[in-house]
Design a protein around this ligand. Structure first.
Ligand SMILES: Cc1ncc(COP(=O)(O)O)c(C=O)c1O
Length: 341
C-alpha cells in the first residue's frame, strides 16, 4: 500500500534528481579532505548562510551536539528554551557528551523572553558555573517562527556578555520562507547554525554545521572524535546539493498546504487547531476523540494515512513534498468521517 505520511518532514524520500546525482557523484575520502562533492556542499552551505565555513554531519542531533561540544567546556551552563529540541528530543546528550548543564528559559510558543535570558547569564562567583552558550531554535519544532527582531535582541545580549549563540536551524529555510527574508539574515544573529538537508528538503541523510573558519576547524576535529568522520560521503552530499539547489524555493507550497489543512480541521467539531502556531509546514491540534487514541491512529492507517500519536495532548500533522493537495484533502475527509461517526 502507498501510504500518505503526515508524521513528519523527516519521512521525505529523495527525489529522482537526487538519486541521479548520488549515482554520478565524484567521491573521495572526506577524512583526508579528498571528497570534492562534500567540499562543494560545504562551500555552498557556508555561502548561503553568509558564514565562512561549513561541515557536513550525519544528522541534526549530531550537528547540535557537535556545536555544544565545540562552543563549551565541561561544567559550563547553556541557556536555551524549555521546549527546544536539544532539551526535549536529544536523549540528554549535552550532559553526556559535553558535560554541560542546561539552564532552561520558560517559553511561550517557543519564544524566550530576553529579560529571562539576561537574568540567567552567570556573573563571576565561586559558586556559579560559566555561561558558555545560548541556543535558539528557528523555525521552532512547535511550528512557530521567531521574528528577526527577537533574534537580534538575544544576539545583542549574548555579544554584550561575550557568549556565543548557536542556532538550531533544522528548518531555517522554512523560517526564511515564512519571514520572507534570506536564510543568511537569520543566521546573522548567531555564531553557528545547524540546518537539516533531510527534512523538508528531501535529502536522504545529512545536516550542516556552519560558522566561522576557526570554529569549523575545531568542530571538524570534534566530529572525528564523535565518530562522525565519513569517508566517501559525496554519495550522500550529492543529494544535499540538489536539496539546496532545487528544494528550498518550493517550501512555500508546504506552508500553503499546512494553512489550508489548519483552516479545514478547525471547521470540524471537536478539533482545536493551534492556528497561531501554523507558521511553517506543521499543524498542531487537540482532538476530542470519542474512542481511544490508538483506535484513531489505527483508523487512519487503515485508510492509508500515517500519523503519530499525540504529544503533550496535541497531534501534529506535517506537510512535505510528497503530500500534495489531494493527500491533504483525503486526510481531512477521513478525519471528518471519524469525528462525525
Ligand atoms: C528543531 C530540530 N532540531 C534538530 C532535529 C534533529 O534532527 P535529526 O533527526 O536529523 O537528528 C530535529 C528533528 O526533527 C528538529 O526538529
Amino acid at each position: 500500500m502507498q501510504y500518505l505520511d503526515f508524521r513528519s518532514d523527516t519521512v521525505t524520500l529523495p527525489t529522482d534528481n537526487m538519486r541521479k546525482a548520488m549515482y554520478g557523484a565524484v567521491v573521495g575520502d572526506d577524512v583526508y579532505g579528498d571528497d570534492p562533492t562534500v567540499k562543494l556542499l560545504e562551500e555552498k552551505s557556508a555561502a548561503i548562510l553568509g558564514k565562512e565555513a561549513a561541515l557536513f554531519v550525519p544528522s541534526g542531533t549530531f550537528g547540535n551536539q557537535l556545536a555544544v561540544l565545540t562552543h563549551t567546556k565541561r561544567g559550563d551552563e547553556v541557556i536555551l528554551g524549555d521546549a527546544c529540541h536539544i532539551v526535549m528530543h536529544e536523549v540528554g546528550a549535552a550532559a553526556l557528551i559535553s558535560g554541560v548543564q542546561l539552564r532552561q528559559v520558560p517559553t511561550i510558543n517557543g519564544l524566550m523572553n530576553a529579560r529571562d535570558i539576561e537574568r540567567m547569564i552567570r556573573t563571576k562567583d565561586i559558586h556559579y558555573p560559566d555561561t558558555g552558550l545560548i541556543c535558539i531554535e528557528n523555525a521552532h519544532s512547535n511550528g512557530t517562527v521567531i521574528k528577526l527582531s527577537d533574534m537580534k535582541t538575544v544576539y545583542e545580549i549574548a555579544k554584550h556578555h561575550h557568549i556565543p549563540v548557536h542556532l538550531d536551524g533544522a528548518r531555517i529555510f522554512n523560517a526564511s520562507c515564512a519571514l520572507g527574508v534570506d536564510a543568511a539574515q537569520i543566521a546573522a544573529y548567531s555564531d553557528s547554525v545547524m540546518f537539516c538537508l533531510s527534512k523538508g528538503l528531501c535529502a536522504p541523510i545529512g545536516s550542516m554545521l556552519v560558522g566561522d573558519a576557526a570554529f569549523i576547524e575545531r568542530a571538524r576535529k570534534n566530529r572525528k572524535l564523535l565518530g562522525g568522520g565519513m569517508r566517501q560521503a559525496g554519495v550522500i552530499a550529492a543529494a544535499g546539493i540538489v536539496a539546496l539547489d532545487e528544494m528550498v524555493s518550493r517550501l512555500s507550497d508546504d506552508h500553503e498546504l499546512a494553512k489550508m489543512m489548519a483552516e479545514a480541521l478547525s471547521g470540524i467539531e471537536g478539533i482545536i487547531v493551534m492556528e497561531d502556531r501554523t507558521h511553517i509546514n506543521m499543524v498542531f491540534c487537540k482532538i476530542k476523540l470519542k474512542g481511544s487514541e490508538e483506535a484513531f491512529v489505527e483508523a487512519l492507517l487503515s485508510e492509508g494515512i500515517k500519523i503519530n500519536g499525540s504529544e503533550d495532548g496535541e497531534f501534529r500533522f506535517v506537510t512535505n513534498y510528497w503530500t500534495n493537495r489531494s493527500a491533504v484533502e483525503k486526510l481531512i475527509t477521513v478525519i471528518r468521517n471519524i469525528m462525525e461517526a
